[in-house]
Design a protein around this ligand. Sequence first.
Ligand SMILES: Cc1cc2nc3c(=O)[nH]c(=O)nc-3n(C[C@H](O)[C@H](O)[C@H](O)COP(=O)(O)OP(=O)(O)OC[C@H]3O[C@@H](n4cnc5c(N)ncnc54)[C@H](O)[C@@H]3O)c2cc1C
Length: 398
Amino acid sequence: MGATENKKSMVSFDNTEIAFEHLSDKDLDFAITMFKLMQNPTLVKIGTALSNFALALRLPISPIVKATVFKQFCGGVDLNESLKKVAELHQSHIGSILDYAVEGAESESVFDDTKNQIIEVIRKAETTPGIPVACMKITGIARFGLLEKVTKRTKLTETEKDEYLKAIDRFEQICKASFETGIPIYIDAEESWIQPAIDKLIESRMRIYNKKKAIIFQTLQMYRWDKMEHLNKLIKESKKEGWFLGVKFVRGAYMEKENQRAIEKGYPTFIQPDKESTDRDFDLAIKTMVENIDHVEFCNGTHNALSSMKLVELMREKNLHNGDRRIYFSQLKGMSDTISFNLAKSGYNVSKYLPYGPVKATMPYLTRRAEENTAIAGQMGKELSDLVTEKNRRARKN
Ligand SMILES: Cc1cc2nc3c(=O)[nH]c(=O)nc-3n(C[C@H](O)[C@H](O)[C@H](O)COP(=O)(O)OP(=O)(O)OC[C@H]3O[C@@H](n4cnc5c(N)ncnc54)[C@H](O)[C@@H]3O)c2cc1C
């Protein structure tokens, strides 16, 4: 039995027919071309630099980006356009996590606009099938430097105090909208030098809003060596105080940046000593959640087939129903369809992050996707080979 196959649960991540059923032959060829292009690190480097440069100069590059990487990884330029993708995924029993992917802009009006967008998604989710949960980044509604100061417990100026209160108020409005509609919200984890401020905000709101079920979800990055301890503390506190712990688990996206900063500033990095340690803690965290399932709800946010299959196994051992509402599997749009679609076909709860926003604003997100899908990252090979396997399978059939 292959590592990505579970005969008893009848799930196989090797089934490309199920995984790419939603793609026409034309769509399949498009995805193959995109991943082939992204395999070339030089092309990705030059392509992203040129695109950013052209966008900065207001050259008409958006249609090209929109027809290529944007199409592969994003839902649309606005909520309305993304709803078509939501409906398509819903047909395959996959939920969408609409992610307003505007990054880097730091003004009060942009923060207010982002807060309004998130609340609009939450309200839309209440009446639209296929949007089980919403998501956000705290840096979408609060200034990075301010969060850094709060983390360092640096005394804030009067203006900064006012700014921080406004950010807290935005977060409170979002949490309230989630609570009122019953649509949970996943809050992303970010850099370690702002994360304590983020955690403090989230944990205070979990205590208020998670009394009957998990509405507010924290994200734990298991590439950090201190996160198992953090998880155990949260489980203990939530049980003692009588609220439900909601967690999205990921390995973590800022490894190089974290290590680099630790070297520059001369402190021990928060990153695990090796990939095996990250994998060990990721899987241990998921096992811990399954063991405490009556007090927690969680999302397994990974493209790692083994970690996904381990959760399938654990659920079977614990006699949990495939569609147990407390457990979600989640991947990003345009990636790991072999995991998402095969799990969904077997009745597991699956959702895909569906970033949306104006093309220019999604460039940092698209750049990260393109970079992590170059040949050196490894994942690319798997995405491409799955797509090519499906193309060959269809060719044999015809
Ligand atoms: C649904 C979803 C939501 C996400 N939300 C967030 C979020 O809120 N915050 C965030 O930071 N990221 C987030 N990510 C990205 C995520 O953290 C990972 O970068 C990405 O998913 C790759 O990890 P993996 O488990 O899919 O796969 P794998 O390929 O198994 O793991 C790769 C990851 O392992 C870790 N790693 C690699 N080498 C080493 C090493 N030498 N030492 C220690 N660790 C190592 C790194 O985290 C790397 O990204 C999200 C991903 C998904 C799918």
